[in-house]
Design a protein around this ligand. Structure first.
Ligand code: NIG
Ligand code: FE
Length: 415
């Protein structure tokens, strides 16, 4: 499409714009921003106007506007945003999954050669082409399901060289795919078994040797760390995150997955998001609510590990901001179906339709510090989806089985 060409897409029976919603706290369905019989006017890759379809036709009929007409009842909403994945990896952890379900503990599985370290070995052994192919096919699977922006973490390399390789592959795949990949460095995923030194020494090595390369080669603006008794403790993690901040990176933290503590650190260092939070209690929830750190629930990890869900209802009621992401990874969250997981979290946590859908659109955009997407309003990217149904409540009611019929990325229809 010509960069200045205008195009009108519609009519949508209902269009959920998610414009001007509060970023924090509960969202009542009565406040759901819905336009009936709506259209989206695109100019190049951006939204020029959103409104009633017939009014847009009337306003623009004297101009050179193509109309992309939709057939049947279509409910539209912003393209989904998955703010937390690990979809660049080699191999499979089907053995871990079967062992867990046969009653083995996480530690026993790690001792039997499973866990994160198994994925590190499989990823290191995979060729660049294999890693790129795996990442591409998962990203395409995601765009088919309506996801137009995907955060992707490294973290299965765990040496300067192997982490740089992962981030370079993510960058290359991003350049050829229509969907946007947002890379994050998770070199601090766990202490690699082949590192000659302790946790502190490993983090210092990353600060010294890896951070300058990330900056120089523009591989990522984001640093993540897994704060947990079995990964990195509070004190060394704090020094690491402060150094990352000092170097100009945005911060995100794997926090409170099995034990509480990481979220407090995330808030202290001004992280954009604190992710997981299955083990968060009142203290952590209150701190989150008072902060600007977005809480990201990862129901796919709860489903993959057979654990309780993040206390999403309590986080919202306390006044926090809630996003929902898939955590798609070979270990704890192999499913990768964001819409299904978000719908299921909504059932267990008693979330309104607006709360669930905002958590995978506008609030997820905020969790990635992206201001050009997540809602449908002038100036935003033309990222949106259309479901074949009569009413927006059908989307979550179908618990992920109803997938978008169409997806537009940067104003261009994917299928
Ligand atoms: O987000 N919690 C740490 N990291 C991942 C799991 C990674 C793995 O098991 O390979 C997660 O769940
Ligand atoms: Fe994760």
């Amino acid at each position: 499409m010509n960069a200045f060409k205008t195009k009108l897409v519609g009519p949508f029976k209902q269009l959920l714009t998610f414009a001007e919603l509060p970023h924090k706290g509960p969202l009542n369905d009565e406040k759901m921003p819905v336009i009936d019989n709506a259209g989206i006017l695109l100019r190049g890759n951006k939204i020029e106007a959103v409104g009633v379809f017939d009014d847009l036709v009337e306003d623009w009929k004297i101009r050179d506007v193509d109309i992309e007409e939709l057939q049947g009842a279509v409910v539209g909403m912003p393209g989904l945003i998955d703010a937390h994945t690990h979809i660049c990896y080699g191999g499979s952890r089907a053995d871990d999954y079967a062992m867990r379900n046969a009653g083995k503990s996480y530690l026993e599985i790690a001792r039997a050669g499973g866990g994160i370290w198994r994925s590190v070995q499989q990823t290191r052994n995979a060729s660049d082409e294999e890693l790129a192919e795996g990442l591409t096919s998962r990203a395409i699977d995601h765009i088919r399901k309506g996801i137009t922006t995907i955060e992707v973490k490294s973290g299965y390399g765990l040496s300067v060289e192997a982490e740089v390789r992962m981030l370079e592959i993510i960058k290359k795949v991003d350049q050829v795919l229509q969907v946007d990949l947002v890379p994050t460095c998770l070199a601090a995923h766990t202490l690699p078994k082949d590192f000659d030194g302790d946790h502190r020494a490993y983090l210092k090595y990353l600060i010294r040797e890896l951070f300058p390369i990330l900056k120089k080669d523009r591989l990522t603006d984001r640093i993540d760390i897994f704060v947990e008794e079995t990964a990195f403790n509070y004190e060394p993690a704090k020094d690491y995150l402060l150094a990352a901040k000092e170097a100009g990176f945005d911060i995100t933290v794997h926090a409170d997955q099995f034990t509480a503590g990481g979220s407090r650190l995330a808030i202290e260092v001004g992280a954009i998001s604190a992710d997981h939070l299955e083990a968060s209690e009142k203290n952590e929830i209150d701190l989150l609510a008072q902060s600007d750190t977005v809480a990201i629930a990862l129901p796919g990890a709860s489903l993959g590990l057979g654990m309780g869900f993040t206390p999403a209802r309590k986080i919202l009621d306390a006044g926090g901001s809630l996003a929902i992401a898939s955590d798609w990874n070979p270990g704890s969250a192999p499913m990768g179906d964001l819409l299904m997981q978000a719908a299921v979290l909504g059932v267990y946590e008693k979330l309104s339709t607006a709360e669930v859908l905002a958590a995978i659109t506008t609030r997820a955009a905020r969790a990635l510090n992206l201001t050009d997407r997540g809602s449908l309003e002038p100036g935003m990217l033309g990222d949106f989806v259309g479901f074949s149904c009569e009413h927006y409540k059908e989307i979550l009611y179908n618990q992920g089985a109803l997938k978008p019929r169409w997806t537009w990325k940067n104003g261009v229809r994917w299928r």
